[in-house]
Design a protein around this ligand. Sequence first.
Ligand code: SF4
Length: 265
Amino acid sequence: MPTKTKSRAKGTGVAQTKSQILNPKSSQSPNPKSKIQTPKSTTPKSQILNPKSYSSPERLQKIFAELDALFPKPECALLHENPFQLLVATILSAQCTDERVNKVTPGLFRKFPAPRDYVGLPQAELEHEIHSTGFFRNKAKNIIGAATRIVNEYGGQVPRTMDELLTLPGVARKTANVVLGTAFGIAAGAVVDTHVFRITHRLKLSEGKTPEKVEEHLMRLVPQARWVSFSHQLILFGRKICDARRPLCAECPLATLCDAPDKTI
Ligand code: SF4
């Protein structure tokens, strides 16, 4: 698979454009509080929400269309050059911003680029490298454990199935979905991070109490061809517009489709 070098913001590593990454003065600031130019909503203001139709195909199509207009090419924002590096970066992104992870991984991958480089690596040495990403003891232990298993059980290649990925230390469905979707283009599920969880609840697409339940609901509502991009779009939408504490509802193209209790307009 062709590998890419990208960068991303918090949690699951989805996506700014290259120009955003390279140009700190880019007009599409990753700061969710900044003013964002959003395409005009295609949804009539007069639309009345029918609580029974939150999952109607018409409403879903409108949500997809608005997200496509906002984020036509959502991409993974974590720096990586191959599936293994994406796996490591995703493990590091837990409870940490992608910007922080992207400051750590270039040096880390220069020193330790491949799974075999982590086999037998003293944990303290890796802890030192990844210290600033937080939870560094657990992350170091998991990365060494995952790399060792990849070398011993999978011939040094990151496995390409959900079941196999879930056998790696530190890998749950969210990380596995990031790796499968971004590194291999395999839509095995939907990434559910804190943004996806919040927004699916605000848009009443799921009332699931766990990320697993929300993923299950999204996999029923969203066509499989959209699983990877839809999650990425929601993550970007959460970072730039539908912020957890201060959603920019006045600028939100989904506002007429939303009756979240914490909507601000
Ligand atoms: S209207 Fe507000 S709460 Fe609803 S989706 Fe848009 S930003 Fe989020």
